[in-house]
Design a protein around this ligand. Sequence first.
Ligand code: GDP
Length: 433
Amino acid sequence: KSVVAIVGRPNVGKSTIFNRLVGERISIVEDIPGVTRDRIYAQAEWLNHTFNLIDTGGIEIGDEPLLVQMRQQAEVAIDEADVIVFLVNGKEGITAADDEVAKLLFKSNKPIVLGVNKIDNPEMRETIYEYYSMGFGEPFPISGSHGLGLGDLLDQVVSYFPEVSGDDRDEDTIYFSLIGRPNVGKSSLVNALLNEERVIVSEIEGTTRDAIDTHLQKDGQNFVITDTAGMRKRGKVYETTEKYSVLRALKAIERSDVVLILIDAETGIREQDKKIAGYAHEAGRAVVIVVNKWDTVESNEKAMKEFETNVRAHFQYLDYAPIVFLSARTKKRLHTLIPAIKVASENHAKRIPTNVLNDVIMDALAMNPTPTMKGKRLKVLYATQVAVKPPSFVVFVNDPELMHFSYQRFLENKIRDAFGFEGTPIKIFARQR
Ligand code: GDP
């Protein structure tokens, strides 16, 4: 999917435009604390294109001076985006700060679309000619608050999208990624995996410039570690900011089937870990929780059990995810990782035949009577799997309103007990029949 970034100095209206373009999609259904607030990355649609949008204004870097911040935001856009929307304020004209950002964008060779915001009425359109002087071609007059002119701007944006080449993914390859806050050891773990014996490695540039996929083969199984770019070129200030690591995580999650959520055994679980993990769960990816730096902990069964209890308490919604303890530095227990990835991946793509599924559902119904509401009892007719990645089931019932959350959970547990979906979320929908 193409990535579009919005840049511009503060108060030009980046967030307003972001919210306009993203529309309702910004509120995500699932209620995981802390996950959905302060989005800087979301999906948007225009014509027949779906793309990802970044509001670089949301990436604040401590108390750096304004100019430094703007430069860094421009760098994020240049690193991450296929097309950049450069916003200026039509009420204020071109400022020195605008010029500063313009210079950086100019050098980037990325397509730039210049949006002149706050052109709230037609008379003001006369003023936009001065913006031709910025050298980005036609300036697009828009009004974020009134929602004007966005269509023309978006037409221009999508005209720069590369021809969709179709993601030629190999069915038999396992695509996975590593996410986690800065310094949990993502780069170290990638390197540890690659330096292992009997691993065959090749690097192939992804379709977008910043996505580097690393291919490896282990015991006859092909793997691709997606989005390792952020782990190779490092050292920019914004890479240590929380928002940026979330952004990277989102991009990595999008391109993989299995997501490794890294946790630092030395520092323990932090708020930011939960936020990042929430995104992987929301996206319906298979998940393996990796507790790295296990060499720093006195390793015994008891310590492991304790840490596991702690992880389970903090990541309740990830109860299906296996936990792997290892050290990227000493490579201790590293061999346990690949098998866990394989299992999660297999389960993520598993299909249950309808007759077998219904045997399990019927047993469950016999074991635990269906709930009633206002004298009406839920009747479950049959169930069928409608999708994989993640496995998704439709349960046909007399009235979906009667499917109480707790009963749905009970059915999910029965399905899990029967088919062992370790490592993957599963989805159940009640439909009327
Ligand atoms: P990233 O930001 O998540 O890519 O983290 P890095 O791979 O750069 O690692 C951050 C720091 O943690 C570096 O100093 C690593 O040497 C250290 N580190 C990574 N893995 C381990 C580990 O398993 N044990 C210990 N003790 N340190 C580790």
